[in-house]
Design a protein around this ligand. Structure first.
Ligand SMILES: Nc1nc2c(ncn2[C@@H]2O[C@H](COP(=O)(O)OP(=O)(O)OP(=O)(O)O)[C@@H](O)[C@H]2O)c(=O)[nH]1
Ligand SMILES: [Mg+2]
Length: 433
């Protein structure tokens, strides 16, 4: 996957017709290719010029030049802005290809930015997230990461870690009767670091929910009002509501933004004992949907119904009693009593959905993906392996675990790169980015 030295070309705007299209060239020959095609040596950073497309056919375009190293890729970059017509774009690209450029692979411009140290790996990933963001919070998170916020956050953890590493490494060859005092210091620093890392790990998990969509799966017995509730939250009829039990069979997905955070709701088939084959299939799908949930919203008409539901301790659970317009009900612990029909207490429920995320400092949210979470989990594991016993008996192993933890965290922004891993990351980009 590693990018070569050739000058690459691609259209950086979406395909189709529009006001303008931008074709981007990057590499040592970017300027000479333009000179060869236009017989013109562009001198200014921005200029208007006639770009020959074909016999007797020119396109007036705006040329913007970014000289190395002050460009997105760190190489010489030329951006050619044309009228937004696929025919023009095709002809401009062909001219560039015939003059020595190569067509860019998906993400190759950003890969070059990474390889030329213009962006760290997490910043490169944030570029995709900015393009894909679909809520205020996910956009803010991606922007913060592109500004280097994730590296700063990780570096703070590494700083704390290194203080302990220095202490441990110094003590390894230390023979002194006072060693116990230093060991006690290491033990207390490790305990403090473990709790610091736990909070950091939890924050990163919450950030990762914001970076994507927060998935809320609504489950409960048939007829409890799951579809009615989702319709009320979304503000339109996305699921069929009926007085018949077993109306919803497939998992119905819909989404909306609440307080700047995008939530995806999954309406499911009512979970209960049934011999109906179609309903059974629906219940299987409901249970499968639960696995991907960030939040599980249990909806029932009476408290005892919650006992029949599968409870996921690792997820955020919200218990809701519905239909208080018919009978007044006391809110369950960690939950609410609402009416999907009259919308009574719906605001409270919505606030509970956003609450755990709004507790996070919105200015500091970061774009966290599965690769980051996996490395953080592995790094955390290394720290949890350091017990008081191990500190007392094998400082070399303590040092090794701390070093591994440090390296795993570093991989988030500065990987010991393998072509295969970079290939997987940059292939997610679109062509021209
Ligand atoms: N009075 C009252 N009726 C409600 C309320 N919420 C839902 N209902 C009614 O309860 C019935 C079932 O509602 P649904 O939203 O289809 O229930 P569900 O849980 O999705 O049902 P299944 O898809 O069959 O599992 C419908 O007749 C709704 O109008 C409520 O808050 N108050
Ligand atoms: Mg339903």
């Amino acid at each position: 996957m590693l990018s070569g030295k050739e000058t690459i070309v691609a259209c950086s705007t979406p395909p189709g017709r529009g006001a303008i299209s931008v074709i981007r060239l990057s590499g040592d020959k970017a300027l000479s290719i333009i000179q060869k095609i236009t017989k013109n040596k562009p001198k200014k950073e921005t200029s208007l010029l006639n770009f020959p497309l074909d016999e007797g056919l020119n396109e007036k375009c705006v040329l913007t030049i970014f000289k190395s190293p002050n460009s997105y890729t760190g190489e010489d970059v030329v951006e050619i802005s044309t009228h937004g017509n696929p025919l023009i774009v095709e002809k401009v690209i062909n001219k560039c290809l015939n003059s020595g450029a190569k067509i860019a692979k998906p993400g190759e411009f950003t890969l070059r930015a990474f390889l030329n140290n213009k962006l760290t790996l997490d910043q490169s990933e944030a570029v995709v997230e900015i393009i894909n963001a679909n809520s205020k919070a996910s956009l803010k998170a991606a922007q913060n990461s592109l500004d280097g916020g994730l590296k700063v956050k990780i570096s703070k953890v590494q700083e704390k870690l290194r203080e302990i590493r220095v202490l441990v490494e110094t003590l390894i060859d230390f023979v002194d009767e006072d060693i116990e005092v230093y060991l006690d210091e290491i033990i207390s620093k490790i305990v403090e670091f473990k709790s610091f890392f736990k909070t950091f790990d939890e924050d990163m998990k919450s950030y990762s929910s914001i970076s994507g969509d927060v998935k809320v799966v609504v489950i409960g017995p048939p007829n409890s009002g799951k579809s009615s509730l989702i319709n009320a939250i979304i503000g339109e009829k996305v699921s069929i509501v009926n007085k018949e039990r077993g109306t919803t069979r497939d998992v119905v997905t819909s989404s909306c933004e609440i307080d700047g955070i995008r939530f995806v709701f999954k309406d499911t088939a009512g979970i209960h004992e049934t011999s109906n084959k179609i309903e059974e299939e629906g219940i299987k799908l409901s249970k499968k949907a639960l696995k991907s949930a960030d939040i599980v919203l249990y909806l029932a008409e009476k408290k005892s119904d919650f006992d029949k539901m599968p409870i996921f301790k690792s997820k955020k659970n919200i218990f809701v009693l519905n239909k208080i317009d018919l009978v007044d009900k006391k809110a369950p612990p960690e939950g609410f009593a609402i009416s999907a029909k009259t919308k009574k207490n719906l605001k409270l429920l919505k606030a509970a959905l956003t609450q755990s995320f709004l507790k996070l400092n919105q200015e500091e949210v970061l774009s966290i993906n599965i690769r980051h979470l996996k490395l953080i989990k592995q790094a955390y594991k290394k720290v949890t392996l350091i017990s008081t016993n191990l500190i007392g008996s094998n400082l070399e192993l303590v040092a090794e675990n701390l070093r591994n933890c440090d390296e795993l965290l570093g991989e988030i922004y500065d990987p010991i790169s393998s072509d295969d891993m970079l290939g997987k990351i940059f292939n997610k980009f679109c062509i021209g980015k």
